[in-house]
Ligand binder design. Structure first.
Ligand SMILES: Cc1cc2nc3c(=O)[nH]c(=O)nc-3n(C[C@H](O)[C@H](O)[C@H](O)COP(=O)(O)OP(=O)(O)OC[C@H]3O[C@@H](n4cnc5c(N)ncnc54)[C@H](O)[C@@H]3O)c2cc1C
Length: 552
C-alpha cells in the first residue's frame, strides 16, 4: 500500500490506488477520512456535482431528516460535534447539505473526490487481486480495494406509465429535484405516491400551488414531527453529553436512536394507561412513537393497539370521513413499512385545494398531454411530482456492471435477491466492501450510526490486512449462506414481512421478495461483527501477498 501511482505500459496512464470509493454521501466522506488516516491512497468517485449524497439529490420542498439532527450526525470527531450547531430538532435538507460540505472542507476531503463522475463498471482481476473500475467516458482506474458507498436510497424510481413522454407540463422526481427549486404558484400539481417524501412535500406544495391532486396507492402511518428550533439549553445539553449519548446509540439502542428503552409489552398495560402512553408520544412527536412498547414489531395484537390509535388520530384530524378512511392504513401492521413523520400532512387534506385520489382500486392507466388518468377520469395537471421512492438497497449496485471471480456479475449473483456476509462483503467478489449493504441494519436504523460502524469495521479490517501482508479477503460461501439464512430467520420472527414494503423489494415490479435489511438490532449486529473480527475475520478467506507482488 502507498500513494497513488501512474503506471504506464500496456494500459497507458492508468491511475492506481489502494482503494476506490464509489459515492460521496456520508458513507463515502467518512470512508475517505479513515483511509487517509491509515496512510492509504484513495479516490472517491461521485456522479453528482457535489458531496452529500441523499441531501444533494433530495431537494424537494419540505425535505428534512426524520431522526433528530443531534443524533443524525457524525460522532467520529468530538471537535466536529462540538463546533457544529443544529438549528432545528429536524434539520432541513439545505442545512444537512451544508453540514456535509462543512465536513468535506474541515477534513480537507475534496482533493481526493472526483465529482460528476459516474462509475459504470468494476472488474476483479484474479491475477493481481485488484479491481479495475471504468468511469463514464472510458477512463480506467485500479485499486486493491473497492468500497461501495453507493447509498441505500440513491436510485430514484420513475414509474413506467404509458403516455408519460406526451405530458405537456414539467415532471419531477423528489429524489432528483432541480437545484434551482420549483415555483408551483398558480399551478395544478399531481403528486404520485404517499411515502415519506410525499408526506413531507405535499403540505408545502399545497401552500403554493393552485391545486394539488394526490394519487395514493397505499396509505402510510405518519406521526407528527413536532419540529421546532433548538434552544441554547438543548444544544448545550447535547454538546456536554455527546460522548455518552453516542455510546448509548451504538451499544444499547436497537435502531441507533437514543430514547427510553421499553420494558413492557403493549398488552401488559390497561387500556387507559396505554392510551396515555400513545398520547404522550404523539404529542412529543417523532419516530420514538414506535418504541412505546417492546413488542409492537413482534405481536400483532400489540401492534393493533398502536395502529388503531394512529387510525383514530387520522379520523379526528381529517374532516371528510371518506377522505379520512382512505388515509387510514389497514392492510399492514404499523411500523412494518418505514414509519413517516410529518408536519400537517393529514391536516392538508382539509384544504379546499387538495384532492385525494385512490389508485389502489383504479391504477393510473395513462398520462395524457393534460394530466393523469385513473378510473376513466382525467385529472388535469400543469406539473407532476413523482414521490415514488427508490429501488432500495440494491438499485445503485444494479446500475454498475460489477464482475467478480470467474466473470460472475453481481446482477447474476443477486438475481434471486441480494446475498452478503454481514452486509459487508459478497462471496465471489473479493476485496469489495459494501457500506450499509443488504443484510445489515442500515435503513432500519439511524443510518449515520450504521455508516460509522461499517466504515470503522472496514478500516480496522484493512489495517489488519496490511499488518499481515494480506492481498485478498473474501467472504466464504458457507459464511454467506449462514448469514443469509439468519437474516431471513430473524425477519420472519417479526411482523415486517407482512407488509408489501420497499424493505421487501415490493415497490419494484419483478424484484424478488426478500427482506433486505438485518432486523436483529444494532447492538446485536455490532457484537457479531466485532466477534468476527476478533476471531481473525471468521467466515472470510484471507490470502497473503504472493512473493512476486510482495517484492514489487
Ligand atoms: C429523503 C430522505 C430522507 C432521509 N432521512 C433520513 C433520516 O432522517 N435518518 C436516517 O438515518 N436516514 C435517512 N435517510 C437515509 C439516507 O440515505 C442515509 O441517512 C444517508 O444519507 C446515506 O448516506 P450514504 O453515503 O450511504 O448514501 P447516499 O447519501 O445515498 O450517497 C451515495 C452516493 O453515491 C453516489 N453514487 C451511486 N452510484 C454511483 C455510481 N455508479 N457512480 C458514482 N457515484 C454513485 C450517489 O450519487 C450518491 O451521491 C433518508 C433518505 C432519504 C432519501
Amino acid at each position: 500500500m502507498g500513494f497513488a501511482k501512474q503506471v504506464s505500459g500496456t494500459m497507458p496512464s492508468v491511475q492506481n490506488y489502494d482503494a476506490i470509493i464509489v459515492g460521496a454521501g456520508f458513507s463515502g466522506l467518512y470512508m475517505l477520512h479513515r483511509l487517509r488516516g491509515l496512510g492509504m491512497s484513495a479516490r472517491v468517485y461521485e456522479r453528482g456535482s457535489g458531496v452529500g449524497g441523499t441531501w444533494y439529490w433530495n431537494r424537494y420542498p419540505g425535505a428534512r431528516c426524520d431522526v433528530e439532527s443531534v443524533q443524525y450526525s457524525y460522532s467520529f470527531s468530538d471537535a466536529l460535534q462540538q463546533e457544529w450547531q443544529w438549528t432545528e430538532r429536524y434539520a432541513g435538507q439545505a442545512e444537512i447539505l451544508r453540514y456535509a460540505n462543512h465536513v468535506a472542507d474541515r477534513f480537507d476531503l475534496r482533493r481526493d473526490i472526483a465529482l460528476n463522475t459516474n462509475v459504470i463498471s468494476a472488474e476483479f482481476d484474479e491475477a493481481d487481486n485488484r479491481w479495475t473500475v471504468t468511469l463514464e467516458g472510458g477512463k480506467r482506474v485500479t485499486a486493491q480495494h473497492l468500497v461501495m458507498a453507493v447509498g441505500c436510497l440513491s436510485n430514484a424510481r420513475m414509474p413506467d406509465i404509458p403516455g408519460l413522454a406526451s405530458f405537456r407540463g414539467k415532471v419531477f422526481h423528489t429524489g432528483e429535484w432541480p437545484h434551482e427549486g420549483v415555483d408551483f404558484t398558480g399551478l395544478r400539481v399531481g403528486v404520485v405516491g404517499t411515502g415519506s417524501s410525499a408526506i413531507q412535500s405535499i403540505p408545502v406544495i399545497a401552500d403554493e400551488a393552485k391545486h394539488v391532486t394526490v394519487f395514493q396507492r397505499t396509505p402510510n402511518y405518519s406521526i407528527p414531527a413536532r419540529n421546532y428550533p433548538l434552544s441554547e439549553d438543548e444544544k448545550r445539553a447535547w454538546a456536554e453529553n455527546y460522548r455518552e449519548f453516542r455510546r448509548r446509540a451504538r451499544e444499547e439502542m436497537r435502531n441507533g436512536i437514543v430514547s427510553e428503552i421499553p420494558q413492557k409489552g403493549a398488552l401488559e398495560e390497561s387500556d387507559d394507561a396505554r392510551e396515555a402512553t400513545y398520547d404522550f408520544r404523539w404529542a412529543r412527536g417523532g419516530l420514538t412513537f414506535m418504541t412505546a412498547y417492546n413488542n409492537l414489531a413482534l405481536d400483532k395484537a400489540a401492534n393493533d393497539t398502536a395502529a388503531d390509535f394512529v387510525r383514530r388520530k387520522i379520523g379526528e384530524t381529517v374532516k371528510d370521513p371518506a377522505v379520512a378512511k382512505l388515509l387510514q392504513p389497514t392492510t399492514y401492521p404499523i411500523g412494518t413499512k418505514r414509519i413517516c413523520i410529518d408536519t400537517d400532512y393529514f391536516e392538508t387534506f382539509n384544504r379546499d385545494n387538495v384532492t385525494l385520489v385512490d389508485i389502489r382500486n383504479a391504477p393510473i392507466s395513462e398520462i395524457t398531454p393534460n394530466g393523469i388518468v385513473t378510473g376513466g377520469k382525467e385529472y388535469a395537471c400543469d406539473a407532476i411530482v413523482f414521490a415514488t421512492g427508490f429501488d432500495a438497497m440494491t438499485g445503485s449496485f444494479a446500475r454498475i456492471d460489477i464482475r467478480g471471480r470467474d466473470g460472475l456479475t453481481l446482477r447474476e449473483k443477486w438475481e434471486e435477491g441480494p446475498k452478503t456476509y454481514l452486509g459487508l462483503m459478497v462471496a465471489g467478489f473479493p476485496n469489495m466492501f459494501l457500506v450499509t449493504g443488504p443484510g445489515s441494519p442500515s435503513v432500519l436504523s439511524n443510518m449515520i450510526v450504521s455508516i460509522e460502524q461499517h466504515v470503522d469495521w472496514i478500516s480496522d479490517c484493512l489495517a489488519y490486512q496490511r499488518e499481515r501482508d494480506v492481498a485478498c479477503i473474501e467472504a466464504t460461501q458457507g459464511a454467506e449462506d449462514g448469514w443469509v439464512a439468519h437474516v431471513n430467520e430473524v425477519a420472519h420472527n417479526t411482523l415486517y414481512p407482512q407488509a408489501n414494503s420497499w424493505y421487501m423489494g415490493a415497490n419494484i415490479l419483478g424484484k424478488p421478495r426478500v427482506f433486505l435489511p438485518y432486523i436483529g438490532g444494532i447492538p446485536a449486529y455490532r457484537a457479531i461483527c466485532n466477534e468476527v473480527a476478533a476471531n481473525g475475520y471468521r467466515g472470510f478467506a484471507l490470502t497473503r501477498q504472493h512473493r512476486v507482488a510482495a517484492a514489487e
